[in-house]
Design a protein around this ligand. Structure first.
Ligand SMILES: Cc1cc2nc3c(=O)[nH]c(=O)nc-3n(C[C@H](O)[C@H](O)[C@H](O)COP(=O)(O)OP(=O)(O)OC[C@H]3O[C@@H](n4cnc5c(N)ncnc54)[C@H](O)[C@@H]3O)c2cc1C
Length: 460
């Protein structure tokens, strides 16, 4: 019999926390979980899932246009934001119910209130004032949008927390940020018909991604009428009669009905009590953990976005699962961070796995790049002026495929499968020996024969 109320107390019922709680309970541990907002966490309630639903909604405008080239006569399509948001809310509530049911089924006690750590084995439930003890505490509190330096009028902006519940579709929206969340919302709002401007302090969107993807998407967005204002920051924001005026650092103004700040996220550790329990935090507030997800306090663990490792849902889930198996299931393993595929659900979409060219070049004697840019078959009849980009980066010595990048329809679906082959160490010769699936865009990856020669290289 344990001296504690629970073997495991999980703080945060998001991707990582829910998985850890269910698996630990499955191993026979007595588990409780606390959630201060809604069960399911960021991904389900105000992240990946509702975002992808909005992405689907935004892409119908292309479909209506493209359909004409294929003989369809359609009337002027009409979009209704409140119908979309109502349907989205219903689906999110259904998913939340599933998460709750699964926790119940696993025998996990649920506390729907904020929890804070008060000691290595102690947690305080804030609204009920109840104190509980646990053999182990798992911090899975995720992250929240950062607003950056305080500026005048910051109270007028929205973040990804509010954007899913807007009462109406903004006619004009300015989106601050150049990362994947900013870029995805730009695609969503432009597709739904809003006049969309991205304001970014850097010189090109999607820092860290392969340059060809960054250039390709910037071009595609320009063609779609999305304005990208680079090397600019917001200096202040004020209300005007018809909406908001954002003043930029060069003195220029942007008028919009909504200004969405998507400039980064910070780990949710403020006032969480980690200092009192002796669990160290890093520079941006994240919980510092070792590869087993243990913090500097032996009984306190952390998984997911709050650890600032790789802020993606599948990663949080794996970390939660491995923690529970290793700690309560006598099956020690940890998450493998090699070849994590990721997507940007812009329109056109990006899928990417492995190294971008600039990182692949670092410290490598030989590198082969294969690139194809072509109009997708669908565009022939629809007349859509958009190109698909597919790129493979191959280690010149081992012939292993170390980078795979796609810009275009279904990029995420294509790259998920390429990631399996690449994790298994597939070489370019393996790709070449694989039969193509015709007609598809993905077959390009098994038919690329010509090494891409950079302009300077050709001359040399
Ligand atoms: C707009 C957006 C789009 C995204 N799109 C994608 C995508 O397409 N693909 C992808 O892989 N990832 C995506 N992500 C990232 C993904 O949502 C996160 O990586 C994932 O949710 C992290 O899971 P987690 O368990 O660490 O934290 P979360 O899912 O954030 O869960 C943490 C939970 O803890 C709760 N909590 C916090 N503090 C306390 C406390 N003191 N007491 C009780 N409860 C507390 C929070 O309310 C929250 O429910 C997106 C994120 C955003 C914001």
């Amino acid at each position: 019999m344990s001296d504690f109320d629970y073997d495991l107390f999980v703080i945060g019922a998001g991707s990582g926390g829910v998985r850890a709680a269910r698996i630990a309970a499955g191993h026979g541990a007595k588990v409780a979980i606390a959630e201060q907002y809604r069960i399911g966490g960021t991904c389900v309630i105000r992240g990946c899932v509702p975002k992808k639903l909005l992405v689907y909604a935004s892409r119908f405008s292309d479909e209506f246009e493209d359909a004409r080239g294929y003989g369809w006569q359609t009337g002027e399509p009409v979009f209704d934001w409140s119908t979309l948001i109502k349907a989205k809310d219903k689906e999110i509530a259904r998913l939340e119910g599933l998460y709750r049911a699964n926790l119940n089924k696993a025998g996990v006690a649920i506390f729907e209130e904020r929890a804070e750590v008060t000691g290595p084995n102690a947690v305080l439930l804030k609204s009920s004032g109840r104190s509980v003890t646990a053999g182990k505490v798992l911090v899975a509190t995720g992250g929240k949008p950062s607003l950056g330096e305080p500026i005048e009028g910051l109270e007028h902006v929205i973040t990804s927390n509010e954007v899913f519940d807007l009462k109406k579709l903004p006619r004009r929206i300015a989106i601050y940020g150049g990362g994947y969340i900013a870029v995805e919302f730009a695609g969503i709002f432009a597709g739904l018909g809003a006049e969309t401007t991205i304001v970014y302090r850097g010189d090109k969107i999607l820092r860290g991604f392969d340059e060809d993807l960054r250039d390709g998407l910037s071009e595609a967005y320009a063609k779609r009428g999305i304005a990208i204002v680079t090397n600019r920051t917001f200096a202040s924001i004020e209300k005007s009669g018809s909406g908001l005026i954002g003043r930029l650092d060069d003195g220029s103004n942007i008028e919009a009905d909504q200004i969405l700040f998507a400039i980064g996220r910070a780990p949710n550790t403020v006032d969480l009590g980690l200092n009192a329990a002796g669990a160290k935090r890093g520079g941006n507030g994240h919980v510092v953990v070792d590869e087993t997800s243990r913090s500097s306090t032996e009984t306190i663990y952390a998984v997911g976005d709050v650890t600032d490792r790789v802020a993606l849902t599948p990663v949080a889930i794996r970390e939660g699962h491995s923690f529970a198996d290793s700690t309560f299931g006598n099956k020690a393993w940890h998450a493998d961070y090699e070849m994590i595929p990721t997507a940007v659900f812009s329109t056109p979409e990006i899928g990417t796995v492995g190294l971008p060219q600039h990182l692949a070049e670092e410290g490598r004697a030989a590198l082969d790049t294969y690139k194809a840019t072509f109009p997708p078959l669908k565009a022939t009849l629809s007349g859509r002026d958009e190109k698909m980009l597919m790129k493979l980066i191959v280690d010149g010595e081992s012939d292993k495929v170390i980078g795979c990048h796609v810009l275009g329809a279904d990029a995420a679906e294509i790259v998920q499968m390429a990631a399996i082959a690449m994790r298994l160490g597939a070489t370019k010769a393996d790709f070449d020996a694989t039969m193509g699936l015709h007609p598809s865009a993905a077959e390009e990856f098994v038919t690329m024969r010509e090494r891409w020669i950079a302009p300077g290289e050709a001359a040399g």
